[in-house]
Design a protein. Structure first.
Lengths: 173, 553
């Protein structure tokens, strides 16, 4: 138990450092992958069939990726992060084969790309039972919505708060 | 006087196993429990107002989550009104395609699907799994751990396991703070054995996600869900928190599956008098509802519980079948040991081995049992030849291939050298030539020299503090002359940008091509359809080193 506590502390620290180094997520214009249009299972795997239309979260085109660029430092760890537009395309692929709930998860995920690692883990921990009051969960939802535009996740968290209240799983005030 | 027959029987390994009679009130019943609810569903204005005998105001958290997200409602009332026997027959019938069955099963309630599957024999369930498995080709997963958390051994065992055919490798830790070392050693070693192997490190949720974000792992699996609300609370999660965690993984381009299994609720004392299969069905609907692409199930670490009751091994197959029928990837357990009897452990595994699942074991211990840190395995490295020969006997592809000793020692040696170089380049602890040599020929950690654990842990913490990522590993590999392994680790990182492996049942070929239920859906509809062992593959499977041929007589 003690070592678990310790590692959690260490992780918290590390994530704070990570977040500091993070490049801005604001740079990619809306619809950076818009040219890809809508896709289905026929376009899958997207990384093999249309790498020129897949961009990383930092806006770099997948077909320009190479191991040499990693070695030379032209590609950094940040460049290996998936973009919201790509997850939207993958959600469309999932829907085209009838996997609606997987698509919904991918769309929630697309919103969360912008949320820094440490904040994401904080939200997750707040959603665990007895961790938050209803007001706290609503506050988290508002924050995600206003700061990062996470409307789907915000609604999901508010819904969780309502269910937790009904089932007595909130933190006592 | 004592019967000599019974004296001999009492001494048999099977009689060291624990068995209990059914006790439905506490949930000690495999399936078709007398207190399981009658299936029912009522929908008003697009909202479920009654589910399996409960009205919405009586719903617990799990009922609410399943009702709101887990069932395809368009056809639900009609499907749930259908005769369960007729539905069971459709699940088995080779003339009813998988896609048609999925439309029915995903519209069923948890109680309904249990009633349907409850009409089937294990043979019929196996037939059905052959058809309902999401990915056309079966595969297998290994556990790579050791008592000492020795990273050199992990790298060597990972390389060997990859060479032997496993598509995914999973590690965990003895000492939690070793996690970054184990994850890195596993990933690098796996890529030495065969490019494109997916790896994971099963640790506490937040740590596991962190390792994935850094590019030290490619997927996660230990995202546990439970079938009753009190047990979910004991697991310190809710369906909403787990669904959110699923999205966290996807947002970082990481593959993820949930974990559940029969017996967990009764083991934790809150089965609410329901059968193990009914509670597991609820877990599977939560999994579906959360939008996870798949599940690891088949009792997993609670296998001792269903294995002790009548029909328990049947229930384990039944839960795997429900997973496939809900169109989920199924990593079908066959991992934790549950019996002293070699006969029982084989019989248990044939249920998934013969029909084939997305991962028959999840996983198969790539070390001797004493090194398995997941509490001992039904199959381990000492059984490799048995598994391979059973494949050859039955002409079944169980995910492994025969290998030669010289190839195994070659990849083990290379993996040990590669991790030695990575540790050196990244400024971690020293790996000696003596350790490389030992890992090359080791059976397990008893053959490995001891390491300085304090120094290792300090270095492991330090690498996290320094913010090292998979990119640093690629650079370290290239700098130390292992360009091929650098390219493979890069290939794994590249996957997370495209996200193709986030889809159901995705694995990678040695050329980093994604194979999943999207581009390789199971199209089984009777003999000579679906997955067929190619001539080339059969040649490989039947060529074992032990066979005498006319030429060498």
């Amino acid at each position: 138990m003690e070592s678990e506590e310790l590692i959690r502390q260490i992780m918290d620290e590390v994530m704070k450092n990570l977040a500091k180094d993070q490049v801005s997520f604001a740079k990619k214009p809306a619809g950076a992958n818009g040219s890809a249009g809508s896709v289905s299972a026929a376009n899958y795997p997207l990384g093999e069939k249309m790498p020129e239309k897949i961009k990383s979260a930092t806006g770099k085109v997948l077909s320009d990726f190479s191991v040499d660029k990693v070695i030379s430092g032209q590609l950094t760890a940040e460049d290996f992060r998936i973009a919201p537009e790509t997850l939207e395309l993958q959600a469309q692929v999932a829907e085209s084969v009838g996997r609606d709930t997987l698509a919904r998860n991918m769309r929630r995920a697309a919103e969360l790309i912008k949320v820094p690692d440490d904040e994401l883990l904080q939200v997750y921990n707040s959603l665990r039972p007895y961790r938050s009051t209803k007001a706290e969960l609503y506050g988290i939802a508002d924050g995600l919505e206003s700061k990062y535009g996470c409307t789907v996740n915000a609604a999901f968290i508010r819904e969780a708060a309502d269910v937790y209240e009904k089932r007595g799983r909130l933190k006592a005030d | 006087m004592k019967s000599k027959r019974f004296e001999a029987l009492d001494a048999r390994p099977v009689n060291k196993d624990g068995f209990v009679t059914e006790w439905p009130e506490v949930g000690l019943i495999a399936m078709n429990g007398p207190n399981d609810p009658q299936p029912s569903i009522r929908i008003q204005n697009g909202k479920v107002v009654e589910l399996d005998g409960k009205s919405r105001d009586e719903f617990d958290m799990i009922d609410t989550f399943i009702a709101d997200y887990g069932i395809k409602l368009d056809n639900a009332e009609a499907v749930n009104a259908m005769d369960s026997l007729e539905l069971a027959r459709k699940l088995v019938d080779i003339n009813v395609p998988r896609a048609e069955v999925v439309k029915l099963t995903t519209a069923m309630t948890p109680a309904k699907i249990c009633e349907v599957i409850g009409k089937m024999t294990v043979l019929e369930m196996m037939m059905s799994v052959t058809k309902m498995r999401a990915r056309k080709s079966p595969a297998n997963q290994a556990h790579v751990t050791n008592l000492k958390d020795n990273p050199v051994q992990i790298a060597a065992d990972a390389a060997e396991a990859s060479l032997r055919g496993f598509a995914e490798l999973e590690t965990t830790v003895g000492i939690a703070r070793y996690a970054p070392f184990n994850a890195i050693a596993l990933m690098v070693g796996a890529q030495v054995g065969r490019p494109g192997i997916l790896t994971q490190c099963a640790v506490e949720e937040a740590t596991e996600l962190n390792l994935g974000m850094r590019g030290f792992t490619a997927y996660a699996e230990t995202v546990s869900v439970y079938g009753t609300e009190p047990v979910f609370m004991d697991g310190d999660d809710t369906p909403w928190s787990k669904a959110f965690l699923a999205s966290c993984y996807a947002s970082r381009g990481l593959k993820m599956r949930f974990t559940s299994g029969t017996g967990s609720e009764v083991q934790m004392g809150y089965a609410e008098g329901k059968s193990m299969l009914y509670l597991e069905a609820r877990c599977l609907y939560i999994t579906k509802a959360a939008g996870s692409q798949g599940i690891q199930n088949g009792s997993v670490s609670c296998v001792g519980v269903p294995a002790a009751v009548p029909g328990g091994i049947r229930a384990i197959l039944a839960e795997n079948l429900i997973a496939t029928a809900l169109d989920l990837e199924c990593a079908s357990s066959n991992d934790q040991t549950f019996t002293h009897s070699d006969l029982r452990r084989v019989a248990r595994s044939l249920m998934q081995f013969v029909p084939g699942t997305d991962f028959i074991c999840s996983g198969y211990s790539a070390t001797p049992n004493y090194d398995n840190m997941f509490a001992g395995s039904n199959w381990d490295a000492d059984d490799y030849d048995d598994w391979i020969i059973i494949q050859r006997d039955l002409k079944v592809d169980g995910g492994l291939v025969p290998v030669l000793e010289e190839d195994v020692t070659r990849v083990r040696n290379k993996a040990a050298k590669v991790i030695q170089a990575v540790f050196r380049e990244l400024g971690l602890t020293e790996i000696s030539d003596e350790e490389v040599e030992a890992a090359t020929y080791a059976r397990g950690s008893q053959d490995m020299p001891n390491r300085n654990v304090v120094e290792d842990i300090k270095a492991a913490e330090d690498l996290l503090k320094r913010g090292l990522t998979g990119v640093d590993i690629v650079k370290a590999l290239a700098k130390s002359g292992f360009e091929d392994v650098a390219t493979s680790v890069y290939g794994m990182l590249r996957q997370r940008v495209a996200g193709d492996y986030l889809h159901t049942s995705a694995i990678l070929t040695d050329k980093f091509e994604v194979i999943s239920a999207v581009n390789q859906p199971n199209d089984y509809n009777g003999p000579q359809t679906g997955y067929q062992i190619s001539d080339e593959k059969w040649e490989q499977l039947k060529t074992i080193r032990q066979a005498i041929s006319p030429e060498n007589v």
